[in-house]
Design a protein. Structure first.
Length: 157
């Protein structure tokens, strides 16, 4: 029997988000990012989510409620996060506006970037940082380098 080294429907690197309220986060991500819930497993006491899997923008994202005894703490209890996630969207402005309407805080407003993407960043109500991007023009590496120099001289990055 030939077994694939990757579970069906996932990619090699899977972000694992630790939540203060995983059940609420799942519903939030369904509304904001059109996430599809693949599965969830309750903790033995049935009070928390031990593990859940969502598809967001075609990629698998794992998540669970925090588990201090395993050194897994949510951004709420850390007072920040140690990572961010980036989603390339078909319409980044639409997703950004929906995220803000649902309670995300704006970190960086949507703006065209020198490298050819439109980009904005939000923090969700659970403390996770999401950068929403959309490719708006194809540039050569040389064009990006030239625009980078111009942006640095103008004080933008």
């Amino acid at each position: 029997m030939n077994i694939s080294p990757l579970p069906k429907g996932t990619q090699a690197v899977v972000p694992y988000l630790v939540m203060h309220d995983c059940a609420q986060a799942i519903e939030f991500y369904k509304k904001v990012f059109a996430a599809q819930e693949v599965m969830r497993m309750a903790s033995p006491d049935k009070k928390k989510i031990h593990h859940a899997e969502l598809h967001i923008a075609g990629c698998m994202v794992y998540m669970a409620d925090e588990c201090p005894e395993s050194k897994m703490r949510s951004p709420k209890n850390l007072g920040g996060t140690t990572m961010g996630l980036t989603i390339y969207c078909l319409d980044a402005d639409k997703v950004f506006n929906r995220a803000v309407k649902q309670g995300c805080k704006v970190v960086k407003a949507m703006e065209n970037q020198f490298w050819g993407d439109r980009m904005g960043t939000v923090t969700d109500p659970f403390g996770h940082v999401w950068t929403l991007m959309q490719r708006i023009e194809e540039l050569t590496p040389q064009q990006m380098m030239e625009r980078s120099k111009q942006a640095m001289m103008a004080g933008k990055s």
